[in-house]
Write a protein that binds this ligand. Structure first.
Ligand code: ATP
Length: 455
């Protein structure tokens, strides 16, 4: 990665004039600067951020936190009220897809028109056209006016144009949630390909999972402010902790996140480049612990960064991974059965209680989990002082690497079903490396193979 940022955002503020009634807007135009009929609303409040070449940076935050406004300013479709944004390189923006299309033009004509707006000449678009049409995969509709398209076709074509034009920076909004799953997969693959080729990506999503999977770093925005920047997994954990916090704790938590030690943030940024290839590195480290076909316990293998959500009178304690004969282990053999156990104490009586677990690799992808009962079919009533031992029997069919276990307790309150207690990365374990294993990836699907010489 080069040291000069490709996107440099300095003290950027965006304010909007908000009128209570349409008439106020009219009055304002009459009275010009002499009287004020509007209130000012700050959508982006003093944001500074540098993004380096080749980085994929995620932006996460609640609805209305200013994510799209920030992206639109970077894409150049909105101007900051104050501050500076410098962007070096051609930008393609997957924002408000298709907003530049003319409904009366055919798909082909719109591709040429859009390409021209994006700075390409006719010959360049001629070269790209077939790839764009084949990516959009809308058949003969490409020759029809786009006003006859379904909304899915419209987005496919708009995405294809942005995805295939040459660019150095790609800006992606939640736009990817449109279209069917196969098309979404194709879009993610395209984004991944761009990332592998060294492109810089800015990605907005409400999905923590996609941010962790795609991004090296993430930014948590709230009420127009950038609260913290850091390693994606850490930021997504903080975001989830923040949004699940009870309303009375939100302000103090917001301050806490903002005040998080700046050094800590810097440290996270430094390790971020390792995170991209985390899986391989983790496998390599496990390689040292090559399996002798027996699970073991390594006292040095501990979670350093467990995230504890706000508890609602319920406490999870004493987590442990055990063999079926009751030995404590954390170096496991793929395909063998283990027990994930934790204890729960109720300091408050609770209703309709269920317990849950989730298993994740270092990237945070939710690989698999379970609950002890279906929603509404939990333990009808738990009283103060009761303690439960929760056992989940599980068979990790996984490649060598490091994995994390969560635990959570939900109950039905007047707010509906909520987490009474939730701990992320409550325990860590490694799957030991097997000398003879042919599998690749994370999950062991018991794949067998054969080949036959046919000529
Ligand atoms: N043209 C506008 N005039 C007035 N307020 C606006 C305008 N555009 C956006 N806002 C306000 O600015 C705030 C930030 O909006 P923005 O769309 O950037 O948020 P967001 O984080 O992208 O939200 P979401 O996740 O819902 O897409 C919101 O409160 C929104 O109502």
């Amino acid at each position: 990665m080069e040291s000069k940022p490709v996107i440099s955002i300095q003290n950027v503020i965006k304010t909007y004039k908000v009128y209570d009634k349409p008439l106020d807007r009219l009055k304002q135009s009459f009275f010009r600067g002499r009287r004020q009929y509007y209130k000012e609303f700050t959508a982006v409040n003093n944001v500074s951020l540098d993004i380096m070449k080749g980085e994929t940076v995620g932006i996460i935050g609640r609805n209305g936190s200013g994510k799209s406004t920030l992206l639109q300013m970077i894409a150049g479709t909105l101007t900051p009220t104050s501050g500076h944004i410098e962007v070096s390189g051609k930008v393609a923006a997957l924002l408000e897809l298709g907003s530049g299309f003319n409904p009366d033009f055919t798909g082909r004509e719109n591709v040429y028109m859009n390409g021209a707006i994006l700075g390409l000449d006719r010959i360049q678009i001629d070269k790209l056209f077939d790839d764009i049409a084949s990516f959009a995969d809308i058949g003969d509709f490409i020759e029809q006016p786009v006003k006859t398209y379904s909304s899915g076709m419209y987005v496919r074509l708009a995405f294809a144009v942005q995805a295939l034009i040459p660019k150095e920076i790609l800006i992606v909004d939640e736009a990817l949630s449109v279209g069917d799953e196969l098309f979404q997969r194709k879009c993610f693959a395209k984004i991944d390909e761009f990332k592998k080729q060294g492109g810089t990506i800015l990605f907005v999503s409400h999905s923590g999972g996609s941010i962790i999977e795609l991004c090296d770093r993430a930014v948590l925005m709230d009420s127009g402010e950038c609260l913290i920047v850091g390693r994606s997994k850490r930021i997504v954990n903080l975001y989830q902790k923040f949004i699940y916090a009870p309303a009375s704790k939100k302000d103090s938590m917001r301050k806490e996140i903002k005040n998080l030690n700046a050094n800590e943030t810097i440290k996270e940024v430094v390790v971020s480049s390792n995170v991209i290839n985390g899986r391989e590195e983790l496998s390599n480290s496990s390689r040292k612990n090559s399996a002798k076909n027996q699970a073991m316990y390594d006292p040095e293998l501990k979670v350093h960064d467990s995230v504890h959500y706000e508890s609602r009178g319920v406490e999870i304690f004493d987590p442990q991974i055990l063999t079926l004969s009751g030995e404590k282990v954390n170096l496991l053999i793929s395909g063998e059965k283990y027990v994930w156990r934790y204890f729960v104490k109720f300091h408050k009586s609770s209703e309709n209680v269920r317990f849950g677990m989730m298993l994740k690799p270092a990237t945070g992808l939710e690989l698999g989990g379970a609950a002890t009962a279906l929603q509404g079919q939990g333990i009808p009533q738990v009283i103060i002082g009761q303690v439960f031992q929760i056992d989940f029997m599980f068979v990790p069919r996984l490649n060598a690497g490091t994995y994390f276990l969560n635990g959570g307790v939900v109950g039905i309150t007047e707010e509906g079903e909520v987490y009474l207690e939730r701990k992320i990365d409550l325990a860590v374990f490694k799957i030991l490396y097997e000398e003879e294993a042919l599998m690749t990836g994370i999950v062991d699907f018991s794949i067998s193979s054969e080949y036959t010489e046919i000529s």
